[in-house]
Design a binder for this molecule. Structure first.
Ligand SMILES: [Zn+2]
Length: 340
């Protein structure tokens, strides 16, 4: 496949100039009237993208970011968009970078998630492999020493920038110690539709994929969808995934006639062919690991032989993080051995 996917969003952004508002911590691209794609800047580590939907009387936010600090920054930033109160938060799934901010929303705010998300957030997510390898204070701490080395060598503006990065990282690590996983108080199994004034908001579970409880938030009138980690321009993390279901769930996504997809990471997507690319990546990943498993190779041998270079345009996003491949391959091995 010769397509260079990384160029696509750039070209499309030029073709679709959205009204963009900026706060100290967030950038909001208005992708439909009152519908904002929220991304973070350098001041606070937000960990994942969000969606802010301003309705006639209230506001709905999709995903609560990676820490209480990031969620508080989001709430403050939303106040610059509208004086209307946030009444609803939707969790696209249970992973820490999308739900660690849940705890800062008040009692008047409903948190909606899949029933699996509630089950996970009532459990011990802070001691699961995904968090311990990618999100925990200890893993974040690993980033401190290399930054300090860089700062010692840098000067002028570069040094100032790096020092700001280090301050952000250190605050992030501190904030993680305050995280209390907070489950949704409203759960969805397949579909929930909210009517807010003239706005229709569909919250849909299209099948197991990145986790067993992925939700997408679809606005049928605006043809806008927020897809979390089910679909974005980057290698999907498969450490808690159901890869064979994932391909089918992406097929189900194709049935929705959206024109712009906001993913949990990366830029907006308007090219629906990206879905095929993601499906091909997951199929290929599964097929290779299955063939190694069939050949009775150890997970370690499988890791050494796995070749996803065809997908290097986005594979870098996850595969360079320490431990990710081991977790993903271990996961696939367990699924092949009958794990649920
Ligand atoms: Zn995730």
């Amino acid at each position: 496949m010769k397509r260079v996917f990384l160029l696509v969003p750039f070209v499309l952004l030029l073709a679709h100039a959205y009204d963009v508002r900026q706060t100290a911590t967030h950038k909001f691209a208005e992708i439909a009237p009152g519908v904002f794609f929220a991304t973070g800047g350098d001041k606070v580590n937000v960990g994942s993208n969000g969606l802010v939907v301003v309705n006639e009387n209230d506001v709905l936010v999709v995903d609560s970011h990676i820490s209480p600090e990031a969620a508080r920054a989001l709430i403050a930033s939303v106040k610059t968009l509208t004086p209307k109160p946030i009444r609803t938060v939707v969790n696209s799934h249970y992973h820490y970078d999308h739900s660690n901010g849940n705890q800062v929303f008040g009692k008047e705010v409903d948190i909606i998630g899949h029933e699996f998300t509630r089950k996970k957030l009532l459990g011990d997510v802070l001691h699961e492999a995904t968090y311990l390898n990618n999100g925990s204070p200890a893993t974040q701490q690993r980033g401190v020493a290399p930054l300090e080395v860089q700062i010692a060598k840098a000067s002028g503006d570069d040094k100032t920038k790096l020092e700001a990065q280090l301050a952000t990282l250190k605050r992030h690590i501190q904030e993680l110690a305050e995280v209390k996983p907070t489950p949704p108080n409203v759960t969805v199994t397949n579909k929930l539709t909210l009517y807010r004034g003239s706005r229709e908001i569909q919250i849909l579970h299209l099948g197991r994929a990145h986790t067993a409880g992925d939700l997408v938030v679809y606005l049928p009138q605006e043809k806008v969808i927020f897809t979390g980690d089910l679909f974005f321009n980057g290698a999907p993390y498969l450490g808690d995934a159901y890869p064979t279901d994932f391909v089918q769930t992406l097929e189900n996504l194709k049935k929705l006639p959206f024109t712009v997809a906001a993913g949990g990471h990366g830029p907006l997507i308007r090219d629906r062919a990206q879905i095929d690319f993601n499906q091909a990546y997951i199929r290929q990943y599964w097929a290779q690991v299955k063939s190694f498993h069939d050949a009775k190779l150890s997970a370690k041998e499988a890791k050494a032989r796995l070749d996803l270079s065809k997908y290097s345009a986005f594979a870098k996003f996850q595969l360079t993080a320490p431990g990710v491949l081991d977790i993903e391959i271990g996961r696939i091995y367990r699924l092949l051995e009958g794990a649920e």
